[in-house]
Design a protein around this ligand. Structure first.
Ligand code: PMP
Length: 293
């Protein structure tokens, strides 16, 4: 649940009072983008990476938010203060749409001010790896610009719903026999002792968790490779996991009913989870990045 008050267009309001016009282009056309930024121990996680991705999304959509990095930092520090200091993990949700027009029209003919909505939420701390999930493979029905963190998530929502209706927890998308990502996370496999993840492209989101994991693989000299992964490789992988800001790392135990490493937790993932937890703890104790201006 969002912590009150939430931020909407320069005002701090209770969530019940935060209203937008039905002529907002976010509502009419899903014309906007968003960010989800973890907060550990009241420190914003990898702020500059999240701001860089936000800028990339805004630029790709041709939206000028009117906010500088300094403005975002000021806004986020308000939100951080709202979070429970005894709750180790929280996150910031930020959504920006092109704004409200006077008449529904695909083409924007007037100068409009973007709508900016932002709030913080406390979440459960993940001390242990989340329970392993079962997934199904689905052809990627989403659009060609998965690299933009756009609010138009219908492709993911429908795919996830279909997967759940069929008794799975989530789905993994493929295109032309190549693995892309899951409905809301990036994907890693282990093949022959080497950790592999698909390269960034227009098909998938450049996850910040993925980025940190790649840094950790490098730092701890765990063999890894960023390369295309085929459907066959996925089926023969000895370990598979997903990565995202909210869920962090999620082991996959089954694909379309086929067990991955006999449904046991893999050794590489255990090691990476330890490196990840260590990184998160030292980051939340030492980092000063939230002072970015
Ligand atoms: N891919 C998709 C489609 C996502 O929606 C997300 C975020 N939920 C990710 C990957 C992971 O990104 P991040 O690690 O920055 O949360």
């Amino acid at each position: 649940m969002p912590i009150n008050p939430v931020f909407l267009n320069g005002k701090w309001l209770s969530i019940d009072q935060a209203m937008i016009s039905p002529l907002d282009r976010g509502f009419l056309f899903a014309d906007g983008c968003y960010e989800v930024i973890p907060i550990y121990n009241q420190k914003v996680f990898r702020l500059s990476d999240h701001l860089q991705r936000l800028e990339y999304s805004l630029q790709s959509l041709g939206i000028d938010s009117g906010y500088s990095n300094k403005d975002w930092v000021e806004l986020f520090s308000h939100l951080v203060k709202q979070t429970d200091d005894k709750n180790y993990k929280s996150y910031i949700y930020l959504q920006i749409t092109r704004g409200v027009e006077s008449k529904r029209d695909h083409i924007v003919k007037e100068a409009i001010v973007p709508t900016v909505f932002c709030y913080a939420e406390n979440t459960a701390t993940l001390n242990d790896l989340p329970e392993a999930i079962s997934v199904t493979l689905q052809e990627d029905i989403r659009w060609h610009r998965g690299d933009i963190k756009a609010i138009s998530l219908l492709g993911s929502v429908l795919a996830r719903r279909q997967a759940m209706d069929e008794g799975y927890d989530d789905c993994i998308f493929y295109r032309d026999n190549e693995i892309v990502e899951s409905s809301s996370s990036n994907l890693f496999i282990v093949e022959g002792g080497v950790v592999k993840t698909p390269p960034l492209s227009n098909w998938l989101l450049g996850g910040i968790t993925r980025l940190v994991l790649l840094e950790l693989l490098e730092k701890y000299r765990i063999p890894f490779s960023v390369e295309p992964i085929s459907v066959e490789q996925l089926h023969h992988a000895s370990e598979i996991w997903l990565s995202s800001s909210i869920k962090e790392l999620i082991p996959v135990r089954q694909i379309d009913g086929q067990l991955i490493s006999n449904g046991e937790m893999g050794e590489v993932l255990k090691k990476i989870w330890d490196c990840w937890r260590q990184y998160i703890h030292s980051y939340s104790e030492n980092q000063i990045e939230s002072k970015l201006t």
